[in-house]
Design a protein around this ligand. Sequence first.
Ligand code: F6R
Length: 247
Amino acid sequence: MQTIVTAHYEEMSQLAADQVAAFLIKKTNAVLGLATGGTPLGMYDRLIQMYHQGKVDFSHVTTFNLDEYIGLSKDHPQSYAYYMWHHLFSHVNVHQENVHIPPGVFEKQEQVQRDYEQAIERAGGIDLQILGIGENGHIGFNEPGMDLEVATHVVPLTEKTIQANARFFTSIDEVPRRAVTLGMGKIMQAKHILLLASGKEKARAIAQTVNGHIDPRIPSSFLQLHPHVTMIIDKEAAQELQEVSSV
Ligand code: F6R
């Protein structure tokens, strides 16, 4: 696991965008796994700027998002589909047919889960998975528990996650209680993982991810088993780490 500590959120975002752009220059038809939430917003902004400067091209890129709230249609302003189009896809030259986001409204749950995984397999698997991290160590919406699910699945969100995500809604009551998420299997099968974290609220989870035991109660700790993980985190998120290298 390579850990890069930056001075602040802006530097983290720039470095992450640079790494994604470098990846896309090397592999123009890369399959990207994408995250939502507050953390990657700065990186998406910079990727849009780089696209306008002709430094990065999404025309052959395929994307798969990690998760979606159950019950929110893709037009709902708090849905992750809306977020992705608003914060990235509408501003770059990615083709709509190459964008995949798990549906939040569906009839046959198992079919949806199977279709999503099969689409990832048909695309050749995820080349670069972008991850944020929850204060409780969740990745995607793989929440802490006594065991973790390998496959894409529907998950009840923990109280901590509901509280953390309430900032995006008018009231906490509006936060959906369930989400569909890529399981640990497809995340761990990604060829490269780039995890971003900013702020002291993430410091404990980051320390447990890097220095702790591998434990399903800290889902991110499983990343220790992955051969190609880069974490770009700001110094507040790094403050509980035992050993760090700074940029
Ligand atoms: C979102 C996702 C989540 C977030 C995590 C951190 O697609 O997969 O795991 O990355 O909840 O969220 P922020 O960045 O808002 O702190």
